[in-house]
Design a protein around this ligand. Sequence first.
Ligand code: ADP
Ligand code: MG
Length: 238
Amino acid sequence: MSYVEINSIHKSFNNIKVLKDIDFSIEKGEFLTLLGPSGCGKSTLLRCIAGLNNFENGSIIIDNKNIGNVKPKDRQVGMVFQSYALFPNMTVYENIAFGLKIKKLSKKEIDKKVKEMIEIVELNGKEDNYITELSGGQQQRVALARSIVTEPKVLLLDEPLSALDAKIRKNLQVQIRKIQKKLNMTTIFVTHDQEEAMTMSDKIIVMNKGYISQIGRPGEIYKHPANEFVARFIGNYN
Ligand code: ADP
Ligand code: MG
C-alpha cells in the first residue's frame, strides 16, 4: 500500500464531469506534479484531497486512513495557493504561529517550531515584519512555512509560483525542493508550466479534460509521450 492512494475519483459540477476516474498513488516523501492546461481539473483534484470539494465516487487514502469521512481540519494536509492568503494585519511570526495556536500548543513549543521554520525558509530577521512589507517571493515562503509548521502528512501546492516573476520563481523552485527533501514531505504540486514540472518533479501526472493522460518520471514522459496530447503539451518544453 502506498502512502497516498487516490482511487477512481469522479467529480461533477452541475452535471458536467470535471474529474473522470482519477487513479494514482504516491510514496512517502515523493514530489508529484499535476501538470495540465488551465481548466483540466488540477485545482478541483487538490481541493478534493484537502476536503474543500466533495466527490461522487472513489476513495482517498492517506497513511492507511480513508479520509472521505474526515473533516477538512482533521485531514492533516497543508495547502498553499497561488494568491498568498496570508493575514496582512499580522507579522511573519504570527502568521506562521497561527495554525499552532489553534492546535493549543504551549507558547514555548510554538516559539521553538516557528523559529525553526523561519530558519528553514530563510526569513531570518523578518519575524516582526508585516506581510505587506514583504516581496511576493517572501510572502510565498511565509505561506509555505505556515503550511509546513503543523507537520501535515501531505503538502498540496496549487500553482504557488505562478504570480512571481521569472528569477524569483526559479529560486523558489529550488528552495521548495530543498525544503521538501529535507523534511521528507510528501508533496502534490500543481502547475500548467511544463518546464517547471520537468525540473522539479519525481513523478508527473499529465491531465487533460479531467482525465489522466499519462503518469511517469519526467524523462519517461519527455522521451516517450503516451499520446499526441502529451507530446504536444510537453513539446513546448525546451
Ligand atoms: P485547473 O485548476 O486545472 O485550471 P479547475 O479544477 O479549476 O482546473 O477546473 C476544472 C473545471 O471545473 C473547469 O471547467 C472549471 O470551470 C470547473 N469548475 C471548477 N470549480 C467550479 C465550481 N465551483 N463550480 C462550477 N464549475 C467549477
Ligand atoms: Mg487551478
